[in-house]
Design a protein around this ligand. Sequence first.
Ligand SMILES: Nc1ncnc2c1ncn2[C@@H]1O[C@H](COP(=O)(O)OP(=O)(O)OP(=O)(O)O)[C@@H](O)[C@H]1O
Ligand SMILES: [Mg+2]
Length: 241
Amino acid sequence: MEEGIAIRAENICKSFGEGDSYIEVIKNASFTIHKGELIALIAPSGGGKTTLLMMIGCVEEPSSGKIWLGDKQVFADKWLTRETRKIRREKIGFIFQAHYLIPFLNIIDNLTLLPQANKTDDKTARAKARELLKYFDIAEKEKAMPSQLSGGQNQRVAIARALVNEPQIILADEPTAALDMQRSVDVVKMLKQIALEQKVAIIMVTHDERMLPYCDRIMKIEDKTTIFEEQQLQKNSTHSD
Ligand SMILES: Nc1ncnc2c1ncn2[C@@H]1O[C@H](COP(=O)(O)OP(=O)(O)OP(=O)(O)O)[C@@H](O)[C@H]1O
Ligand SMILES: [Mg+2]
């Protein structure tokens, strides 16, 4: 497989239920996403965005198809490993619409919880967490509780948390939905910078068209399958920031 590829999907299908409750959500989606790319994922509500992210993130099992993460094939009509949790922890960072910080842990403990679960030693995990807090300009909040931070600050912590494990892929489900325009642009620019600097592939679900010019490509779910919007490529060339 080509070296710069972060995610490859081939003919992924996903349906839920049986009989009267049967619903086909994704049909034959095939795409390739490269390291360093920030992809916007758009579709109407109920269009399958979260379902698609969760399949790439090894959370939701596709009905059929093939998935590679980096050079490792993880799915071929079934999971190829029993350790999907391990893959998820090692390779993938998740960011959600609400920040989902743990309310009774302070900021630094929220950041180091996952690395501890991954058996990184505490000192290394804390050093990495502090470095990220500094990068996101919230170093002085390390001992604060999530309730003492603003929405934008909490979302930056949530992004920092997704990065603590140095994932190869970040899956962000409407990370800016709770933020105002300026904060949203800040977050999206930050994601682009992370993608570039750390060679991470990022898929970001968004409903906000104003965020699209900051993304490298737009992936749409249309007629249950994924297509890339060409127009954005031209539009994007005028927005290199
Ligand atoms: N576990 C499930 N069981 C049955 N149906 C499901 C399940 N999860 C999702 N669906 C259905 O799959 C379709 C796609 O849902 P999904 O959450 O992926 O949409 P979405 O594009 O993320 O929507 P939104 O923009 O509202 O978040 C919907 O019709 C939903 O009802
Ligand atoms: Mg969704």
